[in-house]
Write a protein that binds this ligand. Structure first.
Ligand SMILES: Cc1ncc(COP(=O)(O)O)c(C=O)c1O
Length: 223
């Protein structure tokens, strides 16, 4: 357990805010950063070409630290769906192959794959919601059933609508055994749960910055 952090936020004493899965309150420190940025934008002649890179390099290094990966593997992207589209441009599913995802997956981790599937004559299969929310078992069953027919597994770490968690290490092992790529949406876990990309070793991962990472609009994709 970490010590209480209430002093870092502008939260009224009588309010208990629990909806971090939607959006976290920005820490008070944001105000100072915003003021600095606004002041600089009022005097653009003060902005040097180097400024475009300094902060992004800092964010990439911090993102790499929290995900346990190399900062050169991290890119800042404007949205999770942008990350999916970027990953899709780097994948070539075989004709007739299957892209696996979960039923009621967040749309950003779904529509990009339907387009990729249509372009290559593959299909997207959304694994139906399992009893007791055991998505890991449901997914491993499907990977076992379809084997090397699977070209890609595109899943979250924590399901956005139920909070059910998946065992990414076990799923990575299964995808490797059948030669399938793995795309992860870590939006609902990164910052709240330990995540080691060094251990999981996915092909791609994305996380929205404005939920459990307390960021503004930063997104990361790791390849
Ligand atoms: C699981 C999950 N992924 C991604 C996003 C954001 O997606 P995008 O950046 O494409 O709007 C959200 C936002 O609610 C989310 O809950």
């Amino acid at each position: 357990m970490i010590a209480p952090q209430r002093d870092r936020f502008d939260l009224p004493r009588e309010l208990c805010y629990l909806n971090a899965a939607y959006m976290t309150p920005a820490p008070k420190a944001f105000a100072a950063t915003n003021d600095r940025t606004a002041a600089l934008r009022q005097q653009p002649w003060q902005v040097t070409p180097q400024d475009f890179f300094t902060q992004s390099e800092e964010v990439r290094a911090l993102a790499a630290r929290i995900m346990a990966c190399d900062s050169d593997s991290v890119a800042l992207v404007p949205s999770a769906s942008y990350a999916v589209a970027t990953a899709a441009r780097n994948l070539t599913p075989e004709k007739g192959s299957v892209i696996l995802t979960l039923a009621e997956e967040f749309p950003s981790n779904y529509y990009g794959w339907t387009r990729l599937a249509a372009e290559h004559g593959a299909t997207v299969l959304a694994v139906p919601g399992p009893a007791e929310q055991d998505w890991t078992a449901a997914l491993l069953d499907q990977i076992d059933r379809l084997g090397s027919q699977i070209s890609l597994v595109a899943i979250p770490h924590v399901h956005w609508s139920t909070g059910a968690m998946l065992d990414l290490v076990a799923i990575r092992k299964a995808t490797r055994a059948v030669g399938a790529a793995l795309f992860l949406d870590l939006t609902q876990s990164l910052g709240a749960l330990p995540v080691s990309l060094a251990e999981i070793d996915p092909d791609f991962a994305v996380a929205a910055g404005y939920k459990w990472l307390f960021g503004l609009m930063h997104w990361v994709i790791c390849m």
